[in-house]
Write a protein that binds this ligand. Structure first.
Ligand code: PLP
Ligand code: ZN
Length: 455
């Protein structure tokens, strides 16, 4: 079977997100509109895309998934025509990201009175978070630019941990130098060890994410250092495949709701963009509603939502267990607001105890989530409690990172060491003598205590 492009002439370019005139090549070093300083977005020429029928695109996308046919087996590059047609196949930098599992969270759903709750585990990816979806596109474009002899010496980003892990891995795969700026002591051990292991120039700064971002923007003004933050719209193109993949996995049926945690708000923006493009291609016929969940301690989008998005102001983000979304001045807030308006969206905020409790409860049903996914699960609980959902609504929660990247927080929970948290579901190893009788008796006692004596 051939997975080759069904047509030719696919084109995409940068445009001002706010609609100023001008088009720029995807291989040009440009991050903002020179006229209004607003964000850019990648626009596709839908003429050539519409030459292929919706049925054919569906067949092609589904057929390419998980094959080893370079580069189409990747969940991102299996949609190359709609993602980034300008990179030559030989310059693509991919570790077959995407195609992550989407499964029915039966018991957790039952606890909330929801029959059709699903988890999309974006963290089951090369570096353990959804950031790989966007990074493969960005690093591939940089690789193409270097192949075309442009003078890019390094790629750089500010990060709350997962972006830097992903950038470092993809850059190392391609042999491109990477520089990452991290807020000191604000990321997990697993997140820190990733760029170190990949040989990235790893800078630990006495500030928060917003502080790192302000510096890396200046660094990227200088020659030869390419900015890899999600201000760079190339990442959105890869990340938008998550929504496409979800409907593909449901055999092209659109769920009623998708719930996503939001920090810099690139992910929720990307989710919306991908689904709108599917609608334009006739591959889907309706849109889901989107819920963006924020930590209460880093909630600028929530505050804006309360004003019907009339006011948009940065906040000082406070430390939260959801450390990857401790962002007070989200780069993509305008994009996110446009998406939420179009998708009849809801923004909810979740407090620290609510985040921690949602994670612990979900873990008890076999899930194993990061605290950011906990923010989404906490929002799900709140919306279920106030009856936003019908019992048979199909709901998808985007799980953004692998729980194993955030064991520090889980360990602290189960030792009941999280400040201000009453760890109701804590579970500790029981230390015993290695003796048959005492082990047997203890097991019996624990079964009775935890699951009842069965009387
Ligand atoms: C980056 C990240 C987020 C937030 O995504 P945004 O696009 O910044 O809103 C959420 N969860 C995890 C695990 C992340 O790494
Ligand atoms: Zn503009």
């Amino acid at each position: 079977m051939s997975f080759a492009s069904p047509g030719t002439g696919y084109r995409a370019w940068f445009e001002c997100f706010r609609g100023c005139a001008g088009r720029w090549s995807l291989t040009e070093v440009i991050y903002r509109c020179p006229n209004c300083q607003g964000l850019l977005e990648v626009r596709h020429d839908f003429g050539p895309l519409l030459q292929t029928s919706a049925a054919e695109w569906r067949r092609l996308f589904a057929g390419r998934s998980r094959t080893t046919d370079w580069p189409f087996g990747s969940g991102v590059w299996g949609k190359k025509e709609l993602v980034c047609p300008v990179v030559e196949d030989e310059n693509i930098v991919s570790m077959y990201e995407g195609n992550t599992n989407l499964f029915w969270a039966k018991r957790f759903g039952e606890m909330l009175g929801l029959d059709d709750l699903w988890l999309k585990l974006c963290g089951n990816s090369h570096t353990g978070s959804f950031k790989d979806l966007g990074m493969t596109v960005l690093v591939s474009v940089v690789n193409q630019m270097r192949a075309d002899h442009s003078q890019i010496r390094a790629v750089a980003c500010a990060s709350t941990g997962d972006t830097s892990a992903s950038l470092a891995a993809y850059a190392a795969y391609a042999g491109i130098p990477a520089v990452v700026l991290l807020p000191k002591d604000k990321i997990s051990v697993a997140q820190l060890v990733q760029p170190l292991a990949h040989g990235a120039i790893t800078l630990s700064l006495e500030t928060d994410f917003d502080g790192c971002m302000a510096i890396v923007r200046q660094i990227a003004e200088k020659d030869g250092i390419y900015l890899a933050n999600s201000m760079n719209s190339l990442r959105i193109e890869g990340q938008k495949t998550v929504g496409i993949e979800i409907v593909q996995q449901f055999d092209w049926k659109v769920p009623d709701w998708i719930i996503v945690p939001g920090g810099n708000l690139g992910n929720v923006s990307a989710l919306g963009k991908g689904l709108l493009e599917l609608l334009e291609l006739g591959i889907i016929e309706r849109l889901p509603r989107i819920v963006c969940a924020q930590a209460q301690r880093a909630n600028p989008l929530y505050l804006s939502y309360l004003t019907d998005f009339e006011k948009v102001e940065p906040v000082q983000a406070l430390p939260t267990v959801a450390s990857a979304i401790q962002i007070g001045n989200p780069v993509s807030i305008e994009r996110a607001i446009a998406v939420l308006r179009r998708f009849d969206g809801i923004v909810e905020q979740v407090s620290e105890p609510e985040i921690v409790e949602a994670v612990a409860e979900a873990d008890r049903t076999g899930l194993f989530n990061c605290p950011h996914t906990g923010v989404a699960l906490g929002a799900l609980k709140k919306l279920a409690a106030r009856k936003e959902f019908r019992a048979d609504d199909k709901i998808v929660v985007l799980s953004t990172a692998h729980g194993l990247k955030f064991t520090d927080f889980k360990v602290a929970y189960h030792r009941n060491q999280l400040e201000g948290i009453d760890a109701q579901l804590q579970n500790q190893p029981i230390e015993l003598r290695a003796n048959y009788d005492s082990v047997r008796d203890e097991i019996q006692r624990q079964i009775d205590k935890r699951f009842g004596s069965g009387e």
